[in-house]
Design a protein around this ligand. Sequence first.
Ligand SMILES: Cc1ncc(COP(=O)(O)O)c(C=O)c1O
Length: 378
Amino acid sequence: MSPANPLRQLTLDQLRRRTSMKWRYYPEDVLPVWVAEMDVLLAEPVKRAITDAAERGDTGYPSGTAYAEALKEFAKKRWDWDLAVERTAIVPDVMLGVVEMFRLISHRDAPVVVNCPVYPPFYQFIESLGRPVVEAPLSPDHRIDFAALDQAFARAGEGAAYLLCNPHNPTGTVHTATELEEVAQLARKHRIRVVADEIHAPIMAAGATFVPYLSIADDGLSLMSSSKAWNLAGLKAALAIAGPKAADDLMRLPEEVSHGPSHVGILAHTAALRDGGDWLDALLTGLDENRKLLADLLATHLPTVRYTPAQGTYLAWLDCRELGLGDDPAKTFLQRGRVAVNSGIPFGTGGAGFVRMNLATSPEVITEAVRRMERSLA
Ligand SMILES: Cc1ncc(COP(=O)(O)O)c(C=O)c1O
């Protein structure tokens, strides 16, 4: 029997008992549909991996390559891609992994190119590493603008790095094989190294296909994790993966980086990839329904808000510029409607007037969120 829709298992009362950021950052009267946590229970195999470890007292240091082996099997089945386990390393999480990759492939003050609007920690982590960020804005239809990327690469200069987000947060754009080939060509032309953040890769809408960057470019580095697709951000673990020509770079990863990931986290992430496929499929069906629901609700209640259902991620990027709420509509939604979405402003150039909504929740919460957004305009 396939699992029930994981997005319909929890009531608002149950969710409000949670102690994580999504549910504790704002006061109780605010409906949170912001940070990328999902309102789901754990997939059974993941829960079992954690409770079994607890029963064994198996809470020491990690060992072995089971996580990479599980990802290899998952990647073959879902994306028809052969991942080389020997070219992987376990890192504490995706963002810390990204930072380590920059240290390996570029000099200490080399700029990093990003496609804005983009996940705000891209700016924060790059800047705290002491590197300048060079923006290459996406096109109005949320795809990579290759003229802008070419210019940004030229500005960043030889030896810089490019942090590709695939699928892209916040727009949910899933880059095609043709686009990724063009990325690889441009990067080679400018002698810029590519690090791909592929954390959202398993979360595809019906009909969409994820293409791993390393299936296109043999000198790339990728970061993958079970954390988004199975809601395991609290169980720190991720994988850094090198293409054949980047294998020597990954070999130079300092040994102490492997001290960061959690052993129990690795067990949970591994179980998700190995045995959590049915649960993931049920989630993906639920997310397809939620994207459709949001489009219908907006058409009825907020028809000037522009929304294109995404091909990847569980995020919705809403163009609210016609609402007349200025650059930060999230502020009005919060203050007047008591609903928390992410402001578009921290996503960089192109974010003003937009908000990001998290659709990994029940249809009731999405309906109530739109009702609150509408109410904040009255
Ligand atoms: C594109 C992207 N990268 C990285 C992260 C954070 O991942 P981690 O907690 O593994 O650093 C997120 C979280 O939402 C994300 O959307």
